[in-house]
Design a binder for this molecule. Structure first.
Ligand SMILES: *Cc1c(COP(=O)(O)O)cnc(C)c1O
Length: 494
């Protein structure tokens, strides 16, 4: 199994090489050259770690068997707060796949607890490297999940960049209270796209790479541009299907629909890969918030990021440049690296690109897209709580609203699984506003307690006592100051 660039501009790499590099150093993302086929019956009845191990092995044949075993054990070694790391819960006619039982209460843990193991093994292919510097741009949840995954892991340093006013109070406090010897957290004056672009530019800057290499330091990424981040996300779509069958919500072999609240297009891309690997999926539904650049793409074939950027109640989806969309376009364009390269050059230079009608038709066949506004989110949180006593976070609420619209328009009553990406306690203010606006407090930590009181749900362990912890965040920087900052911090006597 080898990995190739989405832009056809780089030699094929092994799994280890693709993960160690994070992204194609000359621009582009690594994708597997072929997708292994795994029939759901082949994995029926096995445990989550066994399933994880099998999927790792198929995609990473260059990894020693023990490494795949070790990595897959994390899902049941007590880091996740239930024996089932991703339970499929019944809420009315929907199956809600709760992906937030990890240490940071968002779905990013499903991959970021595994990534340090995968990256640790992968780094061995790099020569002259004593240390990996992991640079992370975050819209809120990746940051803390990556910090938790890499905290005090030998041979790694991690620096996280987040938009100064673009994350929730809880998200910011989670990140800045991280006390690892190798962890740094930096607010950036700007939005997530600016953070992500600044980090991508560093990866694509050969001079900077060389300077760090001289010091024995290699860059890598914990964002979903890294194949090692996407791979673990495929596992839970199989897991959801198997639970659906076991609980008789899905008849054996029957297809399910999957709805994913989307930002960087990583989570839904993993579902797309699962479908291409043979998992019985009928419709894949991409749900966006008011930053609905993807919805517009699926209706017109134009990806246009020149538009107002909205700060919404689902901040982890406040993204106008969805990195992994490049991988999706690569697939639906018939793996045409020169087309993809041209589109992404256009995006860089002109802020938009237009795909050919063939590619658009294939994209629309693969994915249906919709979006939800801020008022919709509150209304859905309220109605689902009233009808089912189930508490949705705002990201999951976006997905539920888009699903309700789809159901009304299509009449398709195929069993539908909604990917639930965060605990409602991470976004207590919005959730309370939906459930009982009169109960809102001035202070976010009081909102958390209020939400617990009203719903009877417990606050996730990782969020308990957070407000009183000491913080270690650095001073805010401008996006263009990031290259200087990392040199100052990691090669001080240059
Ligand atoms: C990251 C995140 C998303 C978006 O996932 P992508 O893989 O970036 O599309 C949605 N919801 C939550 C809570 C997230 O943290």
């Amino acid at each position: 199994m080898l990995y190739e660039s989405t832009r056809g501009n780089f030699p094929d790499q092994t799994g280890k090489e693709a993960i160690a590099l994070g992204m194609v150093p000359v621009g582009g993302l690594f994708v597997p050259k072929e997708l292994p086929q795994i029939h759901w019956e082949e994995v029926r009845g096995i445990s989550y770690p066994e399933l994880a191990q099998l999927i790792f092995k198929r995609y990473l044949p260059d990894f020693p068997e023990e490494k795949c075993v070790e990595t897959s054990k994390i899902y049941t070694d007590g880091v996740f707060d239930s024996d089932n790391p991703a339970p499929l819960v019944n809420v009315g006619d929907m199956g809600i796949l709760e992906l937030w039982h990890g240490p940071t209460a968002a779905f990013k843990d499903m991959a970021l607890q595994a990534l340090p193991h995968l990256l640790g093994e992968s780094m061995q292919v790099l020569t002259h490297t004593d240390k990996v510097l992991i640079l992370v741009a975050t819209s809120g949840d990746t940051g803390k999940a990556a910090l938790e995954g890499f905290k005090n892991v030998e041979g790694t340093e991690i620096m996280v960049f987040y938009p100064e006013h673009g994350v929730s109070t809880v998200q910011e406090q989670q990140m800045t209270t991280t006390d690892g010897v190798n962890t740094k957290v930096v607010p950036v004056v700007g939005n997530f796209d600016q953070c992500q672009s600044a980090v991508k530019e560093i990866f694509g800057n050969p001079d900077l790479r060389e300077k760090f290499k001289e010091q024995g330091i290699a860059f890598s990424s914990a964002n979903s541009i890294n194949w090692g981040r996407l791979l673990p996300q495929i596992i839970y779509y199989y897991w959801a299907y198997l639970q659906g069958v076991e609980s008789q919500r899905i008849r054996p072999g029957e297809k399910m629909n999957v709805v994913v609240p989307t930002g960087n297009f990583g989570n839904i891309l993993a579902a797309y890969y699962a479908k291409e690997m043979g998992l019985p999926i009928h419709q894949l539904i991409c749900a966006s918030n008011e930053n609905n650049v993807l919805t517009d793409f699926f209706s017109q074939g134009v990806y246009n990021r020149k538009r107002p950027f909205f700060v919404t109640s689902s901040p982890s989806m406040d993204i106008l440049i969805s990195s992994n969309f490049e991988r999706f376009l690569y697939e639906v364009s018939g793996r045409d690296g020169s087309k993809v390269g041209k589109w992404y050059d256009d995006l860089q230079a002109l802020g938009e690109f237009t795909v050919d009608s063939d590619t658009l038709a294939k994209a629309r066949k693969a994915v249906i897209a919709g979006w939800a506004g801020e008022a919709d989110v509150l209304a859905v949180i309220q109605s689902v709580y009233k009808e089912h006593a189930y508490v949705l976070d705002p990201h999951t609420a976006v997905a539920v609203k888009v699903y309700q619209d789809y159901l009304r328009e299509s009449g398709d009553n195929t069993f539908t699984m909604i990917a639930s990406t965060a605990s409602p306690f991470k976004f207590a203010k919005t959730v309370l506003e939906g459930i009982d606006a009169d109960a809102l407090e001035d202070d976010e930590w009081a909102n958390l307690r209020k939400l617990r009181e009203i719903t009877g749900w417990s606050i996730p362990k990782g969020l308990q006592g957070l407000e009183d912890k000491e913080t270690f965040g650095l001073e805010p920087v401008q996006p263009e100051e990031i290259p200087e900052l990392i040199q100052k911090v990691y090669i001080p006597n240059r």
